[in-house]
Design a protein around this ligand. Sequence first.
Ligand code: HEC
Ligand code: HEC
Length: 212
Amino acid sequence: MKSLLAAALVCAALPALAEGSDEGKKVYMTKSCMACHGMKGAKPVMTYPALAGQNEKYLLQQLKDIKAGKRLGTVDETTGHPFVQGMVDVMHLVSDDDLKNVSKYLAEQSPGAPKPLDPAPDAETLAAGEKAYNSLGCKSCHGAEGSKPTSKNYPFVAGLNRDYLIRAMTEMRDKVRVNGQSKLMFGTIKKASDDDIQVIATWLSQIDRSAK
Ligand code: HEC
Ligand code: HEC
């Protein structure tokens, strides 16, 4: 009797689980997210962040912060507004439930292949990036090759757009981006020079999480 009841409960729960990500897909497709972050969050335009396969908790936290206007950042010289502004402008379209569902949907998508750099980085730059990442201690939170975060609250950093990575690291080092758990980054990132940030971003941006 007990197991029958348990089976009935599982059956009732399963469609509810699938519903979260189906709803999330609908949000992603209809609330303009795809225009900037690309098909399934894996092919962002310009210097925007990829979202496919990112940690669900991290995604939700950033979305809440962006909606609340807590995530600040540098100004995009081509538009005269912060990079995050385009996103802030669409956040009135989404409810708190939409944010939960879209985070779930995005976390379930497969990461895309890295965007090739032009010119292609040389082996020396890539090696310098890996060395700086390891010696500064980034691995203790973001894991080997930026691909194994040590907490579900920490983001994957491999395979993101190079310019986005440079911007994110510089903004946290210079304490422009201070929302969420960014404090956890401060102690480490303040030791990174502009050159370290450049080579780390180049190296991380070319790591292929789709192949892992
Ligand atoms: C007009 C373009 C645009 C639209 C539309 C847009 N975004 Fe964004 N999004 C951005 C940019 C640019 C950033 C990075 C901002 C920065 O550099 O600080 C970003 C950041 C994010 C982040 C944080 C990523 C990270 O790694 O920290 C999430 C999550 C996100 N967007 C999800 C969404 C969702 C979900 C939607 C639809 C409801 C959406 N975005 C709509 C441009 C956009
Ligand atoms: C103590 C843990 C910790 C260490 C060490 C650490 N980070 Fe982070 N990192 C985080 C957390 C937590 C976040 C998310 C911050 C937030 O909530 O906005 C983050 C965010 C980032 C982001 C932005 C991701 C995004 O999608 O916007 C990048 C890039 C990054 N870290 C790279 C690094 C690099 C490179 C190093 C080493 C120089 C490093 N981190 C060291 C915990 C850490």
